[in-house]
Design a binder for this molecule. Structure first.
Ligand SMILES: [Fe+2]
Length: 180
């Protein structure tokens, strides 16, 4: 007997399966006092103007990337997506996340029309947020509060050359994002 995936994108399916493994792994880090004490809590004293990645560990085979983000008050990302799956938890303070869906069919170069579908905040007791690659994970993350926030992110392998895409809803624009 053979099975067909029909219209299911096998890359998305693989990403969903990987997410189920990644969520408990990341959740276990959130109660790992040695990890939090050595890698996360010292960052509370950081004074930066914009958000940044304070620590990053990429697996040698490219299968995952663990990254710790610092969010000074009032900072936020562009609306963006990723070329990989991703899971994150907010370890210190709280961050907001807006999620978007794409309304156009992707046929026009540099054009994307988005609609915000939901918004919420995440604190350590809220567990993990997750994104699937490309259109399945368009979001914006930021810190609307008055105190620094710190989040821990686990990303899977990239499905393409670029890191992801950045969107500008004011002019329905999208462009590839490459790492520095
Ligand atoms: Fe993101």
């Amino acid at each position: 007997m053979t099975f067909t995936l029909g219209k299911i994108n096998p890359n998305i399916l693989r990403a969903e399966v990987a997410l189920w493994d990644a969520i408990p792994l990341l959740s276990s880090l959130m109660i790992d006092t040695a990890f939090l004490g050595s890698r996360v809590l010292p960052l509370v004293e950081e004074t930066a103007e914009d958000w940044y990645v304070a620590h990053r560990h990429d697996s040698p085979d490219g299968s995952y990337s663990l990254q710790i983000f610092v969010w000074p008050p009032g900072t936020e990302t562009k609306i963006h997506d990723h070329s990989s799956w991703g899971v994150y938890c907010c370890a210190v303070g709280s961050i907001f996340e807006e999620r978007y869906e794409r309304l156009d069919d992707g046929s026009r170069l540099d054009h994307a029309r988005l609609r915000k579908t939901r918004q919420r905040t995440w604190s350590i007791e809220d567990g993990a947020s997750s994104v699937l690659p490309h259109d399945e994970g368009i979001h914006r993350v930021g810190n609307p509060g008055n105190e620094v926030a710190i989040s821990v992110h686990l990303y899977g392998p990239r499905l393409g050359e670029v890191d992801g895409r950045d969107y500008d809803v004011s002019c329905d624009y999208v462009c590839d994002r490459r790492e520095d």
